[in-house]
Design a protein around this ligand. Structure first.
Ligand code: SAM
Length: 287
């Protein structure tokens, strides 16, 4: 049974890490004109009003997106972060020129992906939770976006290879089941056999139990040529506190130059996220 709802966590530090990385990758891909098929295997609702009861319960955005939002004037000229914040401003329903708008809503991956779509590109959004899918259906999205109520990992494999010259996939599960780490690794390896040049982004949580190692080990032995690994931690794993201490992203076949740009951006936001916040970027697999 699916119980996870992203509205409880929307805009947290992990979303900032994930969506800045997604933004950087898709912006690089846009530089070339050939069409891209984007697949978001775990789409969520698409847009999260932060005044909603779910988001208000934990208010995780206050330790994440809100920190960057408050510093947006100082960050406006920063490469990548400044443009990301401009898009975040576009998402604010109450934003108006000349005022100091509050952060009222936080956009999820479907929204960030939609903003990068060219006319010849396509986007498929998979969501398995009926309620979350219904929310997504309620969003106004361009015609080249398809919303599918179903399993995103199976859906991805069924749709490969794609007809477009390029492919970009985001895999962002809730990891409610322990077996998901291994399932994600197997799916990525199967998908890459069908789409060798595809770019894939995989998010994973850093938890004291260290279950993400199953995902990393599964991928490192699978014959992939290039994987860049980015981890943003709020505190040390050994701090004794329970819960997620960090956020991880893998980028399979990253666009050239991505890592320098992301390391610079993450290093810039570290101090905003807390005194112990640290980012580490490294090649996890490199030919
Ligand atoms: N990608 C979203 C974003 O960045 O805004 C957040 C996604 S949230 C972490 C994970 C979502 O995956 C939840 O909405 C959950 O209902 C959905 N989900 C869980 N298992 C799934 C599956 N097998 N296929 C598709 N969606 C699934």
């Amino acid at each position: 049974m699916l119980s996870y709802q992203h509205a409880y966590h929307a805009g947290n530090f992990a979303d900032v890490h994930k969506h800045l990385t997604l933004f950087a990758v898709t912006r690089y891909l846009r530089r070339k004109p050939s069409p891209i098929m984007y697949l978001d295997t775990h789409a969520g609702r698409g847009l999260y009003p932060l005044s909603a009861q779910e988001s208000q319960k934990l208010q995780e955005h206050r330790q994440g997106a809100e920190r960057l939002w408050q510093a947006r004037t100082a960050l406006a000229a920063e490469p990548l972060i400044g443009d990301w914040l401009s898009l975040l401003a576009e998402a604010q329903l109450t934003a108006s020129e000349g005022t100091s708008p509050t952060l009222d809503c936080y956009p999820g991956s479907p929204w960030w992906l939609t903003r990068q779509l060219g006319a010849a590109d396509r986007l498929m959004l998979f969501e398995l939770h009926p309620g979350e899918h219904e929310h997504l259906v309620g969003q106004r999205l361009p015609k080249n976006v398809q919303r599918i109520h179903g399993d995103g990992l199976k859906g991805l494999l069924q749709r490969l290879p794609v007809a477009t010259p390029r492919l970009c996939v985001l895999i962002d599960p809730s990891y409610e089941r322990k077996s998901e780490y291994a399932e994600v690794a197997e799916t990525v390896l199967s998908a890459m056999r069908k789409a060798r040049h595809g770019v894939m982004l995989v998010w994973y949580p850093l938890l004291p139990a260290g279950r993400h190692s199953e995902l990393l080990e599964g991928l490192s032995s699978g014959g992939l040529r290039k994987i860049w690994r980015s981890e943003l931690t709020l505190r040390k794993a050994s701090s004794g506190e329970q819960g997620m201490y960090g956020s991880g992203m893998l980028v399979v076949n990253p666009p050239w130059g991505l890592e320098e740009q992301l390391v610079a951006a993450m290093t810039r936001i570290e101090p905003l996220l807390g005194p112990e916040a640290r980012h580490r970027g490294e090649w996890w697999v490199e030919e």
